[in-house]
Design a binder for this molecule. Structure first.
Ligand code: AHG
Ligand code: MN
Ligand code: MN
Length: 341
């Protein structure tokens, strides 16, 4: 089992301050940033649970920068995170899937040295049918730490390997927070009776190879030949019993990657003839999830390059992604690289 369950009773705040002690130069600003973020996630955990009762389900009349109909819970989650994070003095700028432009820190609040980019509600298509959804976040240091003014778009367009921390909350049968600040991946489970995230798994390690692949097969007719050949390979029974793989696809990236992290295998959102860069957004979906997967010993690729080395050019740009067990990601890369197109 790749998980190391822990018997220690530790809240996320205690865990973060213990990690903070590992970095004596840290000022505590980062710990306070995460404290404020976990407050937002606690509020969202409550609101998602009550979504059906609080009448925050359903669509707004709006369409976002991606041309997608915006759900009311998307907007609500975006507002909760912004309001929880904009006044703590640890951020210089934010960016969100649900905000076309940068989110500046209001003039009346001091600016800090960190940057927060996030997908406030991942898996929106699953909100109204009670299927797991999540929140994805990623933290960078600002490019010029001597500045005390608001940040800019370059601060948000750093390559993924510069992430200081990343993680996601998954609002499923329980609410779990999966998080890494570069020291491995830890899982916290929310206990609503005491309002705390408690450490439940430490230093998750993804299996080297899995038996599950996760992709929207409805797009197969649009995939490049290498991806089609790879999936056909997974479905051909092998003498060693390692194939065929099973298909599991929730349609919420957080849920599909969370399962891949625990069980191994591969999660893919390939480019196709309609979406030449795939569907998922590099800055606040693919990069943070790639950071988590790599911190757990996995791999994350766009098919030819390591995701975390990609240089983002715009806030909402998309990237193909193949992430999960290292042997599985290497195998899909070999099919892509040996394909004629
Ligand atoms: P979001 O709800 O933030 O827009 O993200 C939805 C994404 C991601 O969660 C998931 O992996 C993917 O959309 C599913 O897309 P398809 O429905 O095209 O498979
Ligand atoms: Mn998303
Ligand atoms: Mn979203």
């Amino acid at each position: 089992m790749p998980l190391v369950k822990t018997s220690k009773l530790i809240t996320i705040e205690r865990h973060i301050s213990e990690e903070h002690a590992l970095h004596p130069q840290a000022t505590g600003e980062f710990s306070r940033l995460l404290r404020d973020l976990t407050l937002a996630l606690r509020i969202l955990a409550r609101d998602v649970r009550r979504a059906g009762l609080n009448d925050v389900l359903g669509l707004t009349d709006e369409t976002n920068v991606h041309g997608e109909r915006v759900k009311r819970l998307d907007i609500h989650a975006n507002d909760v995170i912004i309001r929880a994070m904009d006044h703590g003095g640890h951020l210089c700028v934010m960016a969100s899937e649900e905000s076309d432009a940068l989110i500046q820190i209001p003039d009346e609040y001091s600016k800090g040295k960190y940057v927060l980019v996030f997908d406030p509600l991942d898996g929106s298509s699953n909100i109204d049918v009670n299927v797991s959804i999540g929140t994805i976040f990623s933290v960078y240091r600002r490019l010029d730490p001597t500045l005390t003014t608001g940040g800019n778009v370059e601060d948000c367009l750093q390559p993924g390997y510069k992430q200081v921390a990343a993680g996601y909350a998954m609002y499923g049968s329980s609410t779990q927070l999966v998080y890494s600040s570069g020291n491995g991946v830890d899982v916290f489970t929310f206990d609503p009776t005491i309002g705390e995230f408690l450490l439940t798994f430490e230093k998750i390690r993804i299996p080297r190879k899995g038996k599950i692949y996760s992709v929207n097969s409805g797009n197969a007719y649009k995939w490049h030949q290498g991806v089609r050949d790879y999936v056909a390979h997974l479905l051909r029974p092998s003498d060693d019993g390692l194939r065929p793989y099973s298909l599991r696809y929730v349609g919420t990236m957080v849920a599909d990657v969370h399962r891949t992290l625990h069980y191994g295998g591969i999660f893919m959102y390939p480019a196709d003839s309609m979406l030449p860069s795939g569907k998922l957004r590099l800055v606040y979906e693919v990069n943070p999830m790639a950071f988590i997967i790599e911190q757990a010993g996995g791999m994350a690729s766009n098919g030819t390059q390591r995701i975390l080395e990609l240089e983002p050019e715009s806030l909402h740009q998309r990237s193909p992604c193949f992430m999960g067990s290292p042997d599985d990601v290497r195998e899909v890369e070999s099919f892509i690289n040996s394909s004629p197109e």
